[in-house]
Design a protein around this ligand. Structure first.
Ligand code: CO
Length: 186
């Protein structure tokens, strides 16, 4: 299983590299990686396992964060009511944002990252709504529309596949600068 020590931190060059597209059918190694990344997210959302293994909670984990420079990321956005199905749960492979709203969106509380061991405040300006095309582990092409929080999470993860970290999107001079049309997501 993936633990915090397996997750590389900012400063490691893999986090700034352009990841390679993944080939289908998935190799054994890629299948295992995909399963392990999703397992990390599941474990990290279980308070007992968080304590037991010293995990940091996460809703997304990209392959470059475990030092594999491939275009693959696990996303697990839980529902507010834990008995309900997750809002979004899949391993997104070779994902592409094929269209997006002009309207920007950002999390009110800013963002964090399992590869960044410090708090960096400010609005991480992204698109409020996206249409995402990706392949799942079975090699099926998916096209989905996401808005608000799950859209932000997917954009954060897709950035990892292109060497971008969340704070690259923060306005350095004025971290809480917001255009009138910015959707603030709590
Ligand atoms: Co991250």
């Amino acid at each position: 299983m993936i633990k915090m020590r397996d997750i590389i931190r900012e400063g490691n060059h893999t986090l700034r590299a352009e990841a390679k597209p993944v080939k289908f059918p998935l190799s054994e190694a890629d299948q295992k990686l995909a399963r392990n990344m999703m397992e990390y997210l599941e474990n990290s959302q279980d308070p007992e396992l968080v304590k037991k293994y010293g995990l940091r909670a996460g809703v997304g984990l990209a392959a470059p964060q475990v030092d594999v420079s491939e275009q693959m990321a696990a996303v697990l956005v839980p529902s507010e009511n834990e008995d309900d199905e997750p809002v979004f749960k899949d391993v997104i492979i070779n994902p592409v944002i094929i269209s997006h709203s002009v309207q920007p969106g950002a999390l009110t509380e800013g963002e964090g990252c399992l590869s960044v061991d410090r708090d960096i405040s400010g609005y991480v300006i992204r698109h409020d709504r996206i249409t995402l095309r990706y392949y799942n582990m079975a090699g099926e092409q998916k096209k989905i529309r996401l808005k608000n929080y799950p859209a932000i999470v997917c954009q954060h993860e897709i950035d990892h596949l292109h060497g971008i970290l969340f704070y690259d999107h923060i306005n350095e001079a004025n971290p809480f600068a917001a255009d009138d049309d910015l959707v603030l997501i709590s």
